[in-house]
Design a protein around this ligand. Sequence first.
Ligand code: FAD
Length: 394
Amino acid sequence: MTIDNTVQQFDVSVVGGGMVGAAIALALSQAGLRVALVEQQAPAEFNAASAPELRVSSINLASEAWLRHLGAWQALEQMRLCPYQRLQAFEQPHSIVTFAAKDIKRSHLGHIVENNLLKLALWQQFAANVTQFCPALVTKLQQTASEAIITLNNGEVLSSSLVIAADGGNSQLRQLAGIGTNGWQYQQSCLVALVNTAYQQQDVTWQQFTSTGPKAFLPLPGKQASIVWYDAAPRIKQLAALNRSQLTQELLKAFPEQLGQVEVVASSWFPLARMDANQYYAGRVVLAGDAAHTINPLAGQGVNLGFADAKQLTALIVSAWQNKTDIGAAKLLLTYQRKRKPANLLMMTAMDGFYQAFGNTLAPIRKLRQLALSVVSRNRLLKTLVARYAVGSD
Ligand SMILES: Cc1cc2nc3c(=O)[nH]c(=O)nc-3n(C[C@H](O)[C@H](O)[C@H](O)COP(=O)(O)OP(=O)(O)OC[C@H]3O[C@@H](n4cnc5c(N)ncnc54)[C@H](O)[C@@H]3O)c2cc1C
């Protein structure tokens, strides 16, 4: 293949500058690599007066520690985020299992952050060795023995030793690289609502499990919160068609009393899918984050798994680069796949177990899960183990 001299050379090209792709680009650039970042949409600027955005994520302590190491967490703290000290799970509002930060000697269990602000905080840290191509899309991928070459929709051509696909669950790069997937669409969808609350800022996130799907509360700064309502897809579509005051009434009827008085400010709905890429790399293209796996958001693990991918992958690349070996070598990418794929699959399967067990109305299963919740609630060691797992500790 002949490459003309308008081709721009980089060490790594990252396609998708969302939370995971931006973290990868930042980590690699901080180690000194020349990085190209291709993204279709730059993060919106922060406006303290604007309402929080609808897409929020629960970020665990392991992800927070890495983002702090990258310098992005400090920038996020200057904008907007909400820590929580307690995590509660229950079926009946009178029998609640509480996991508390103090039980594992931590100041908090995690934070609820706005996806766009975390993306912005990462982008704000980019130095001159991150070249941004935005807004841009990839139209073509070519691979040689030593390079991966991508062509953008504006005609620019980028060549690098490795292309990292972090362009989300519908990854176009994954398709261009010919990597297949398996998975399915769940029968449930979820409705996400931003609400004004009667209570002051809360330090607890809770989830009530019901036979039609979980109902979750995620605190936001001030007197606001994010509500996630999982239910059968037709029911969610029906709820999504309501106006704000009708939806408020439905929420107040369906959610437990812990919610208190709320008023819906904005809402949207999402289909739920599970997807696992058949392999995490093909030639010199490697997948990370939702491009490699999408998971039921029920336990708020998706982007935390993505950050774990990002940390592992960037550590391997930086080590190879410092040792002056090929950063796109199959051996390196296989090591990454061996480290991350089983861990991601384990979490997906655990979430499916939850989904099945808590969505089941059969009396013996109901009794069993009530028993499980009550055993966990009374056993200190079990509670500590669950809390440590939730914060992302090994
Ligand atoms: C309702 C809901 C609630 C969730 N709650 C949580 C939670 O509490 N905690 C948690 O850990 N996870 C949660 N998740 C999952 C989490 O949102 C995802 O795991 C996370 O967004 C994945 O990040 P990513 O950077 O891999 O992909 P994305 O966030 O999808 O980012 C992909 C980026 O690539 C860009 N892009 C896409 N296509 C192209 C292209 N062709 N060319 C260039 N750029 C492109 C996009 O603009 C975007 O910036 C939730 C998901 C849902 C649906």
